[in-house]
Ligand binder design. Structure first.
Ligand SMILES: C[S@@+](CC[C@H](N)C(=O)[O-])C[C@H]1O[C@@H](n2cnc3c(N)ncnc32)[C@H](O)[C@@H]1O
Length: 212
């Protein structure tokens, strides 16, 4: 087992995050490592894990990073970022009440997750909860996904960000690469540093990493 990025480990075929917590979040395998645990990170359940297995280079997240996570769902990826950024704060915004219930229960078992039941289009309604934001991670399959990102980035001004682009949510008629190019061109104020096609783990989704 080798540490490939801060608090992210890899063996022959799988990746893991180093965790202080031995509670399973989504049925993942957990291995004891001295006084901590290694939680297997499933690339079919988390697009960030898929990107890392596909060679994503910008995955060295500082353990003190404060993250605004838009589209947190039940907290699968949130839980791994909570392992990695153990001394930072993770503000997790989710619109669906059913998903939020699980996200809330995850936040009760960890002290760095702050769940927010809100619409990411309505930044004014939750901006007061977010004390500091160094990084935005957005995974929202909506037609206006870039507009949501631009609005949040304008308010919180993170140094860097990851935007998951779901092509089918934008259009199913045009070629994928054309939609990707047009979508990226509407991102304001950030320079694109890396784009990962998430196949074969996730079809039609791209991870875009950018810096201000
Ligand atoms: C693909 S899932 C996210 C999966 C999650 N990022 C993970 O890796 O564990 C997208 C989530 O975005 C949420 N969502 C959709 N529109 C939203 C909005 N306007 N504001 C906040 N969340 C939204 C959905 O309810 C859904 O849970």
């Amino acid at each position: 087992m080798q540490e490939i990025f801060n608090r992210i480990f890899r063996d022959n075929k799988s990746i893991y995050t180093l965790s202080e917590n031995n509670k399973r979040v989504y049925g993942e395998k957990i291995i004891r490592k001295k006084n901590s645990y290694l939680r297997e990170w499933d690339p079919r359940r988390s697009k960030l894990a898929a990107a890392i297995l596909k060679g994503f280079k910008h995955a060295n997240f500082d353990k003190k990073l404060n993250i605004l996570y838009l589209g947190a769902s039940t907290g699968t990826t949130v839980s791994h970022l909570s392992d990695i950024c153990i001394s930072g704060r993770l503000y997790a915004v989710e619109l669906s009440y059913d998903s939020f219930v699980k996200l809330y229960s995850l936040s009760q078992a960890r002290n760095n997750i702050f769940p927010i039941l809100e619409d990411a289009n309505l930044v004014e309604r939750y901006k007061f909860f977010v004390e500091k934001c160094d990084f935005i991670y957005q995974d929202i399959a909506q037609r206006n996904q870039v507009q949501i990102f631009n609005q949040n980035a304008d308010i919180f001004k993170p140094r860097s960000a990851i935007l998951i682009i779901k092509i089918k949510a934008i259009s199913s008629k045009e070629p994928e690469k054309k939609i990707l190019k047009e979508t990226i061109s509407s991102i304001r104020k950030y320079n694109i540093k890396e784009i990962i096609d998430l196949r074969p783990y996730d079809i039609g989704n791209y991870l875009v990493y950018m810096e201000r």
